[in-house]
Design a protein. Sequence first.
Length: 159
Amino acid sequence: MGARGPDSQFKPEYCDLARRVAMLGATNDDLAGILGVCRRTIGNWLQDYPEFKKAVEEGKLDADAKVAEKLYQRATGYERPAVRFFASPEGPKSMEYTYHHPPDTAAAIFWLRNRRRADWRERVEHHHTTSEEMLTVLEAARLRARPAHGEGKPDGKPN
């Protein structure tokens, strides 16, 4: 195989950095900027260095899994411990309680439209019907919109 060009400048420590920034939602363009290389170089590294590709994929998968978990919680509702502070004659007091986050309809719809696309996709149905009466009205409008022969010009001459 012939020379591909200059050394790729790939360093094994890029794998950990790539995994961490992919977990934060970085795209390949972002990764290229962080590592100071062009996007094509990132593509080459993904192809040439299996450990780099694995690190990026793991980071993206981890981030996606965390977001999916939070979206699911939002869609179904959840509870979390909370603390409320208030003033009393003896000084500040705290009270622990459970805060209930109700299910979010929009999150549930989003989840189902993506996970159960066939059952939950938005269907838009168009029904076209034309009656004789509507055709008569449309024909009359067409005739009114087109001036008759010799009409429509100030001098009365045909167009």
